[in-house]
Every structure is written in C-alpha cells, then in structure tokens.
Design a protein around this ligand. Structure first.
Ligand code: MN
Length: 289
C-alpha cells in the first residue's frame, strides 16, 4: 500500500447565499474544476452567526432530479419537507440523505426553535450523482441521527470516526448508497490519530470543518480548507493538532456523461428537456408552501 498524495489544498471560494438561510462556499463544480465524481457538488456553509428571527430563513420549494442531496449539520438545525411525504429535522451531527432520483419538490428551512434563538450555523450539502440506471428510481429519504450513527473509537482517546456511509475498520455506516461511497465525520481530540485506506481510483477529499490537522506528518491544514487527493496510492494518515472535525469523502467515479441544468442532473440534453417539461406539468408532485 502506498501513501495517497495530496493534489491540492483548496481555500474556501467566496460565499454566496442559497435562499436567505444558507451562506455557502461552492468548492465544486463552481469554485474549482476538480473531479470528485460521484460527488457532483459540495456547498460548504462555514460557521456563521444568524440573528434570532421569528420567520425561519431558508430556501423555498424547488425541484431535483437525477441525484441525491446529502446534508450534514455541524451547528444549527435544518428542517426539510418534500413532495414524496418525507420530512425531518437535522441537528448538529445528524445527516439527511435524500434521494431525489425521478424527481421531488422540497424546501429547506432553519428549524423553528433554532431560528427563534439564533446562533451559530455550519453545514455541508453534497450532491451525489446517480448512474443512469438509477436516475428514474422512486424518491427515498434516509434520516441518520448522530446518536444512532455507527462509529469507531480511535485508540489513545484519539476521538472517533462516525461512519455515515461505507465502512471503517469493519464498521458499516447506516446509509445505503447506489455506488461505492465512503463518507465519515472524523471527530478527533488534540493529538488524535487516524488512518484511512481508499482504493487508488476513488476520488477522495477531506473537508476540514473545525480545528487543524497534519496530513502524513507533513502538510498542516486548518478549518475551511479542502484537501484534494491524487488518484494514486491508498493510505492517508492524519493527526489532530487541536480538537478537530473533518468530513471524509471518497467514492468510485461514475463514468457517464453529465448534463446539468440547475437542479437537474442527467446524462443527456433530451433528458434535461424531459425534466423541465415534467416539472412544468406538475409531475414532481405537490408540496404546500
Ligand atoms: Mn434542494
């Protein structure tokens, strides 16, 4: 096994607002031209303080087709409702894995009590692409609470690895995925060490959410930076220089053409035209404002 080398350490691009509730740095595909397939998009909401407000901030009803949205909360709370009848709230540490597939309408807002109190807010949203054969599947919703999340305790009180999807040291995450995906939150205590092994061809990146880590006894990377690895080698070792949280992403690339139009992610232009037509004809279902 060889060490997987760092390709680049990427700073957070300038943020933009999604609705009025999510201030996000789009690392890809907008910010940087990197191949992270099956992860098509990563919006990183760096820590921000929202003032108290009666009317929750957020983003209103919008469609998705052809992929999954995975939302991971670090601070604050997000409420979700969709046209296939699923709803839920994610609190810090929780994950919401929504498979839009053939199409849903949904809305994403700050949870009421969080909104009333205000306070720190930090989250990540990933768009996970689906292979052609699953794009028109029925929508699906997986709520993964931190209290029930599979986890691995690191030696020497180093902290823990929470396994959202895939497996770490034989412990399997709860999320079911359509293609091979490893997705973990590493919550390391100062001095905590963790090692990872991913297939060389898997696209791999580490988002440092909090604190700072040293990678392979070499580069030091602090919060709000994304470490993008080369498709060579397998092994990555990290050590926390202070209490740290790192989102670990690795997945098998989906080798298919992609055509994106806003919230639709398909293989061909014709499928995008179909998605727009289906949406305009109300075939994504109904959701109350
Ligand atoms: Mn959405």
């Amino acid at each position: 096994m060889e060490t997987k080398q760092i390709a680049n350490i990427l700073k957070a691009p300038a943020p933009h607002m999604v609705g009025d509730g999510f201030r996000v740095h789009n690392f890809f595909p907008g910010g940087y031209e990197i191949d992270m397939s099956p992860f098509f998009l990563m919006d990183y909401g760096s820590k921000i303080e929202f003032s108290a407000r009666k009317e929750p901030r957020g983003v209103g009803i919008h469609p998705h087709r052809g992929f999954e949205t995975v939302t991971i909360a670090y601070h604050g709370a997000v409420a979700h409702h969709d046209s296939s009848g699923h709803s839920g709230v994610i609190y810090p540490g929780d994950v919401q894995w929504m498979t839009a597939a053939s199409g849903i309408l949904h809305k994403e807002y700050h949870e009421e009590n969080y909104s009333l109190a205000g306070g720190p807010f930090q989250m990540v949203q990933l768009w996970v692409n689906l292979p052609a054969k699953f794009k028109m599947n029925k929508p699906k919703y997986q709520a993964i609470q931190q209290s029930k999340m599979a986890h691995y305790h690191l030696s020497d009180d180093g902290g823990k690895i929470e396994i959202i999807a895939g497996s770490y040291h034989g412990i399997k995450g709860n999320a079911s995925t359509f293609t091979p995906i490893e997705l973990y939150n590493a919550r390391l205590n100062k001095g905590g060490k963790a090692e990872f092994s991913f297939q060389a061809n898997f696209n791999t990146g580490f988002m440092v959410i909090e604190g700072s880590i040293q990678v392979d006894n070499n580069e030091i990377v602090s919060a709000d930076n994304f470490i993008y690895f080369k498709n060579e080698g397998e092994e990555i070792k990290i050590e926390a220089l202070e209490n740290s949280v790192v989102l670990i992403l690795s997945g098998e690339p989906i080798d298919e053409p992609i055509v994106q139009y806003g919230p639709f992610l398909m293989n061909t232009e014709a499928e995008i035209t179909q998605a727009i037509s289906d949406y305009n004809q109300g075939r994504f279902g109904y959701l109350e404002e």
